[in-house]
Design a protein around this ligand. Structure first.
Ligand code: SF4
Ligand code: SF4
Length: 171
């Protein structure tokens, strides 16, 4: 993940969903990689990342401030739900799960251009306001999308924290 990656300015999903996975992922005897000390038993088959199985979930492995600057302290060893979680538009597709977590934290959902490198974002945004450039873009990119809000860090914590019991589980 590059230093500019949008997830390093977000972290909402790590503080919204319950992160549960098959127990063996945290068992080094069977080549599990997740540090077991950072997990809790959920049932006979599954464990959860500690901190994510409550009314105000926040994974214990997450450091930093949501919506500002965060990182996963076990990124290389994180469980499969985290590896498989899709950030919106990174692969050209929306991610309702990403959108839901961001909205719960007062962050705008990501727009398709969010994954472009900074210089391309500027070109993209200019094309939205320059009618001549816009025509050029539209000739070459007939399926271009409408620009929306930029990503901003929330000034206030979310008005309502997510209830992990109601939210989608990472399973
Ligand atoms: S909610 Fe989306 S943008 Fe935020 S950290 Fe998760 S995947 Fe990344
Ligand atoms: S293990 Fe890392 S990526 Fe997964 S929820 Fe925790 S902080 Fe987020």
């Amino acid at each position: 993940m590059s230093a500019e990656h949008v997830c390093l300015r977000c972290g909402a999903c790590c503080a919204y969903y319950r992160v549960s996975f098959y127990w063996a992922e945290a068992d080094p005897a069977v080549e599990g990689t997740v540090p077991i000390a950072l997990t809790e038993k959920l049932n006979d088959l599954r464990r959860v990342m500690a901190g994510t199985n409550g009314k105000s979930p926040r994974c214990v492995a997450l450091e930093g401030q949501i919506g500002s600057c965060v990182h996963c302290t076990i990124y290389a060893e994180r469980p499969s739900p985290c590896q498989e979680f899709r950030v919106a538009w990174e692969d050209g597709l929306p991610s309702p799960e990403c959108d839901k977590a961001r909205l719960a934290w007062g962050l705008p959902v990501l727009q398709p251009f969010a994954m472009l490198p900074p210089e391309q974002i500027i070109e993209y945004r200019l094309a939205q306001v320059d009618p001549i450039a816009n025509l050029t873009v539209r000739r070459s990119q007939p399926d271009d999308v409408t620009a929306g809000q930029e990503i901003e860090a929330p000034e206030q914590p979310p008005a309502k924290e997510a209830d992990a019991g109601e939210s989608t589980t990472y399973t």
